[in-house]
Write a protein that binds this ligand. Structure first.
Ligand SMILES: Cc1ncc(COP(=O)(O)O)c(C=O)c1O
Ligand SMILES: [Zn+2]
Length: 421
């Protein structure tokens, strides 16, 4: 294993891997930890050529870049579900390029992960870290996807899960949790409240806690998407990446992944990261727009449930990621999200949940405002499957028409309806 320690994102303090488990003891939950690697040793052990020859088509092809022991990785052989995480398609959005006057637009369809969201990357890694920690029970707060991912991985690995999701979570996400055998609690409150409850429960009962950003390994799992984008583009980084932001941990995961590639000397420049928030849940975008780092919590109001976060837990790193890469935060309305849900499906063939479509809505807005160069290569992260939230899809697409089964009655109706005949 090449991981050698942690560094606090707030005060910069360094810790050994066994010294702390979750966050910086000095800064508490504000001090999320970054995993530090022995870069010189990594550079000796890993080359692009080694990766190219690797036959594993999943996130585990990046084993040396992950903070997990090789003996633990061997456990994956017994758990087919876990092995399939990652290596999701990067789809060229040719029709979108033409419409927006751009030359290189790609959609990374992470809805195709085993439990239908990007969160499989983080939860799979954290489940392995729970095994290394000798935990029998893993817990997490979640708006739904992170928990579904954890429950799926845990089921495959034989771990028990206790899950806290807001009572308003979409039914499909809750059904996933139940079918994987998780103990599910619908919290009578927001995601932010479920987050704090989970911390208290983990502490009281000694459970291993996956909470996003609070557990330093969520970011590490998420960074694998950056490596994949680089490989799938033929060994180069895009110029710009759009990603939906709730806690900001996918954003910081992508940043970490591209920074790793830069540290290895495999790319020259880290892409500009564009964090897209729903207008009704935009504490990071507001802090960004107002030019100061203080993030003021909000009461989230958006149909994009996965990014309905009022108190983002990876705020410090997320703001830094956007600043240091020359990116920006932007907001999109729920109407823009519903429109993007339709366009992404009809133009690219990707059926996304609202939070995932928000990233595409961000591209639409940025392109309209002239903030994307015509020659740029742009990647839009589609972070969750549309099957996660059917009522939202129906809202975006409308209801189908009814028709009699009898052709005599039906054909006349069709002719009138479609202008045929
Ligand atoms: C589909 C989807 N998109 C985006 C996000 C936002 O990720 P983060 O909270 O790390 O910013 C989530 C998080 O739940 C998600 O499930
Ligand atoms: Zn600190």
């Amino acid at each position: 294993m090449f991981a050698i320690g942690f560094r606090c994102g707030r005060c910069g303090a360094a810790y050994g891997l066994e010294e702390v488990r979750y966050v910086c003891p000095r800064d508490g939950a504000e001090g999320t930890l970054d995993v530090v690697y022995d870069e010189a040793a990594l550079r000796r052990a890993l080359t692009p050529e080694v990766l190219r020859r690797h036959s594993d088509r999943s996130m585990w092809r990046y084993g040396p870049l992950l903070p997990v022991r090789s003996e633990t990785l061997d456990r994956l052989g017994d758990a087919g579900l876990v092995q399939t995480v990652g290596w999701t398609p990067l789809i060229r959005a040719v029709r979108t390029e033409r419409r927006l006057g751009l030359r290189g637009v790609y959609v990374k369809d992470d809805g195709r992960n085993p439990t239908g969201s990007f969160k499989d990357r983080a939860s799979a890694l954290v489940a392995l870290k729970a095994i290394e920690a000798g935990a029998a029970v893993v817990t997490t707060a979640s708006s739904g996807n992170a928990a579904a991912a954890l429950a799926g991985m845990a089921a495959a690995l034989g771990l028990r899960t206790v899950i806290f999701v807001p009572a308003s979570a979409p039914a499909a996400k809750v059904a996933q949790l139940l079918i994987y055998g998780a103990r599910v609690y619908l919290v009578e409150g927001s995601y932010d409240q479920a987050f704090d409850l989970t911390l208290a429960a983990a502490e009281a009962f000694g459970w291993y806690c996956r909470n996003t950003a609070y557990n330093p390994f969520t970011r590490e799992g998420k960074k694998t998407a950056a490596y994949e984008i680089w490989e799938q583009l033929g060994g180069r980084a895009p110029d710009r990446v759009f990603v939906a932001v709730g806690d900001g941990n996918i954003l910081t995961g992508l940043w970490k992944g591209f920074r790793d590639l830069a540290a290895l000397g495999w790319i020259e420049r880290v892409p500009a990261l564009m964090g897209v928030q729903a207008a009704g849940a935009a504490p990071l975008a507001r802090a960004w727009a107002e030019g100061h780092a203080a993030v003021v919590p909000v009461v989230p109001q958006t149909l994009a449930d996965s990014i309905a976060v009022g108190r983002p837990r990876d705020a410090t790193f997320a703001l830094r990621a956007v600043r240091e890469t020359g990116g920006a935060f932007l907001t999109v309305s729920d109407e823009e999200i519903l429109a993007a849900l339709r366009t992404l499906a009809r133009e690219v063939g990707v059926f996304a949940e609202p939070s995932a479509a928000a990233a595409f809505a961000g591209l639409e807005r940025a392109a309209r405002e002239g903030r994307v160069g015509p020659d740029e290569t742009v990647v839009v992260m589609s972070t969750g499957s549309g099957l996660k939230d059917i009522p939202a899809a129906v809202r975006a697409a409308g209801e189908p028409r009814r028709i009699p089964a009898d052709p005599g009655a039906a054909l006349g109706r069709l002719a009138a309806d479609l202008g045929e005949g």
